[in-house]
Design a protein around this ligand. Structure first.
Ligand code: PGA
Length: 245
């Protein structure tokens, strides 16, 4: 199985632990296993991890929607690329919820990410009420429409993470049926929009751990997972990789 495992460290891994967790990961996994993981640490840890573990793939958890200038606190997509990031998570539900990021903000960020050669991981997903009302598809389509505002080339790689908000941070992931159904819908949408199979990956995210990752990654159209809490230690991350080896 060649499932991609994206570790979203959020703000959950303290600066003084970051390198140590990477050391544990390096010790407890094979090079092949590590080739399937992308670690997305806090901004201040990106450079140190890159220089201590040059073979690791690193991503960022966000980037600015502005190219450069007087935007206090923002981090430019171009600088993330210079630091060696390969991917950037965009439109995560926590950013949408706590920082009121709209689809148009996400679109601006994505435009810059693609421009500098970062692979965007666009997070989409409905909240509990939308899920219960049966409007998940409509919500996800609206979030995917950010892609229609992008200059996506045939060579661009696009990653979508389906993360139902009600499963993020929850005790259990969404059920297999929901995951399979939504992934099939997303695959259909991307196909219709002209994003070829080889250009895209669809991940599932929300309460994935080492006991659930295997069955989730076996579902049709699931190319990997975006994992929060279960990836916050080197040991946990290694367990996720072992389970999908
Ligand atoms: P979780 O987070 O695995 O802790 O539920 C997933 C995510 O928000 O990407």
């Amino acid at each position: 199985m060649s499932a991609l495992v994206v570790a979203n460290w959020k703000m959950g891994v303290e600066h003084r632990r970051a390198l140590g967790e990477c050391r544990v990961l390096a010790r407890s996994t094979t090079a092949n296993e590590r080739a399937r993981v992308v670690i997305c640490p806090s901004f201040p840890d990106i450079a140190a991890i890159r220089s201590a573990f040059p073979s690791f793939s690193i991503g960022a958890q966000d980037c600015s929607g502005y190219e450069r200038g007087a935007y206090t606190g923002d981090v430019a997509a171009a600088d993330l690329r210079t630091l060696g990031c390969r991917v950037v998570i965009l439109g995560h539900s926590e950013r949408r919820r706590y920082y009121h990021e709209t689809n148009s903000v996400v679109a601006a960020k994505m435009r810059l990410a693609v421009k500098v050669g970062l692979t965007p991981i666009l997070c989409v997903g409905e909240n509990r009420q939308e899920h219960q009302r049966g409007s998940a598809k409509r919500v996800v389509w609206r979030q995917l429409s950010v892609l229609t505002q992008q200059p996506i080339r045939a060579s661009s790689q696009i990653i979508i993470a389906y993360e139902p908000i009600w499963a993020v941070g929850a005790p259990r992931p969404a059920g297999a049926e929901t995951i399979a159904q939504m992934h099939a819908e997303i695959a259909r949408w991307l196909q219709k929009f002209g994003i070829q199979k080889r250009q895209r990956k669809i991940l599932y995210g929300g309460a994935v751990d080492s006991s659930t990752i295997t069955s989730i990654c076996q579902l049709p159209h699931v190319g990997g997972v975006l994992v929060g809490r279960a990836s916050w230690t080197g040991e946990g991350l290694a367990a996720l990789l072992h389970a999908t080896s």
